[in-house]
Design a binder for this molecule. Structure first.
Ligand code: TXA
Ligand code: MG
Length: 313
C-alpha cells in the first residue's frame, strides 16, 4: 500500500475490494472502521501492519445480522437478550464456536469473540454485500485519535487506504463493550451507549470490569487515542495553550473548541475526536480540557480523555 488509493464510490465497489482481500475503511455510527474480511488471515494481518498495531490484539467482528453473528459465537439466553438491542453501538464478547471460519489473528487466538451489528445503513449494506463478517478496528494509526470523518482517515494514512465516505459519524466514540459472564453482564469498555441506558433498556444491572482484569488490548492501554499535543484535564487554560471547553465558559484568547456549549453529553461525545483533531491541526502544544461530568456518556468521554492524557511510552 504505497500508492494513493482510489476511494470506492459505492458500497459494491467497497465490497469488491474487501472480497478481494484488500482493506477498505468504512463508516459506522461510532467511528470509521478499517475493515477487512475477518475470515481472511492475510487481509486481517494487513490491518495490523497498516495501523502499526504493536501486537495482535483481538478485533471487533462486525456482522450484518443476527444469523451471521450466531454462526460465530454461542448466544446464551442472556446474550440473546442483549443482542435484541442490535443494531447498536454495543459490542458483545461471547464464546466463539470452534471452526467458525474467523482468522485466528482476528480474535488473537482467544476462545472468545467480540461481535457487533453496527447501527449504520452503509455499514450494514457493506457487510451484507461482502457476505462475510468484517474485522474493523478504528481507522487510525495505532495509538492516535479515532476518525469520525472520511477525511480524517485519509489524513491518518496519507491517502493510502481507500475510504467509503458516509459523512460524519453520529456517535463519535467507540462502541460500549460488554462481556456475558454466566448470569452477569460486565462492561469492559465504556462507549457510545451509556451503561445506565443499557441497564434501563434491559432492566438488568451491568457491572464494571476491574481495570487489571481487562484483556490487554489497544483500547485498554493506558496511553491511547492520543493527539500530538499534551493534555491537561479538568482545568482552565493558561495563556499559550489551546482549550477544549464544555458548557458555559468564560472568554479565552487561544484556540478554543466547545464540546457542547449547552452541556449535552451526546453532543460532546460526537465532537470529542473531531475537536481534538482540529486543535491538534492548529498546532496546539498543550490542550487544556474543562471538567466533564462523569455520568452517562461522560464515562466514555472521560475514559478517552484520560488515555489521551496518559504518559506516552
Ligand atoms: O465502535 C467501535 O467499536 C469501533 C467501530 C469501528 O466499530 N471499533 C473499535 O475496534 O473500536 P477496536 O479494535 O479499536 O477495539 C477493539 C476492542 C479492544 O480494545 C479489545 O479489548 C476488545 O475490543 N476485544 C476484542 N475482542 C475481545 C475479546 N475476545 N475479549 C475481550 N475484549 C475484546
Ligand atoms: Mg481504536
Amino acid at each position: 500500500m504505497s500508492e494513493p488509493a482510489d476511494d470506492p464510490k459505492t458500497v459494491d465497489e467497497a465490497a469488491r475490494l474487501l472480497r478481494a482481500g484488500r482493506l477498505c475503511a468504512f463508516p459506522t455510527e461510532t467511528v470509521y472502521g478499517l475493515g477487512a474480511d475477518a475470515t481472511d488471515a492475510d487481509a486481517v494481518l494487513s490491518i495490523y501492519e497498516t495501523k502499526g498495531r504493536p501486537r495482535f490484539n483481538p478485533l471487533i467482528i462486525h456482522c450484518a445480522d443476527l444469523a451471521m453473528a450466531e454462526r460465530l459465537a454461542e448466544f446464551s439466553p442472556l446474550a440473546r437478550q442483549v443482542a435484541a438491542l442490535w443494531p447498536a453501538s454495543l459490542t458483545l464478547v461471547l464464546p466463539a464456536w470452534p471452526g467458525n471460519g474467523l482468522a485466528d489473528v482476528a480474535t488473537a487466538g482467544l476462545d472468545s469473540v467480540a461481535i457487533r451489528i453496527p447501527d449504520h445503513k452503509l455499514a450494514l449494506q457493506l457487510i451484507a454485500a461482502v457476505g462475510r463478517p468484517l474485522a474493523a478496528p478504528s481507522a487510525n494509526p495505532s495509538g492516535r485519535l479515532s476518525p469520525t470523518t472520511a477525511q480524517q482517515v485519509r489524513n491518518g494514512f496519507t491517502g493510502k487506504v481507500p475510504v467509503l465516505d458516509g459523512g460524519p459519524c453520529r456517535a463519535g466514540v467507540e462502541s460500549t463493550i460488554l462481556r456475558v459472564e454466566g448470569e452477569r453482564l460486565v462492561q469492559l469498555r465504556a462507549g457510545a451507549v451509556a451503561r445506565e441506558e443499557i441497564e434501563r433498556r434491559l432492566g438488568l444491572a451491568v457491572g464494571v470490569a476491574e481495570k487489571s482484569a481487562a484483556v490487554a488490548a489497544p483500547g485498554m492501554l493506558a496511553s491511547h487515542y492520543a493527539p500530538n499535543a499534551l493534555m491537561r484535564l479538568n482545568t482552565e487554560p493558561r495563556p499559550g495553550e489551546a482549550y477544549l471547553a464544555f458548557g458555559a465558559t468564560g472568554s479565552f484568547d487561544g484556540p478554543t473548541r466547545n464540546l457542547s456549549p449547552s452541556g449535552d453529553l451526546h453532543e460532546a461525545a460526537r465532537n470529542l475526536f473531531s475537536m481534538l483533531h482540529e486543535l491538534d491541526g492548529e498546532g496546539a502544544g498543550i490542550i487544556a480540557v474543562a471538567p466533564i461530568p462523569d455520568a452517562g456518556l461522560g464515562e466514555a468521554i472521560n475514559d478517552r480523555l484520560q488515555r489521551a492524557a496518559a504518559p506516552r511510552s
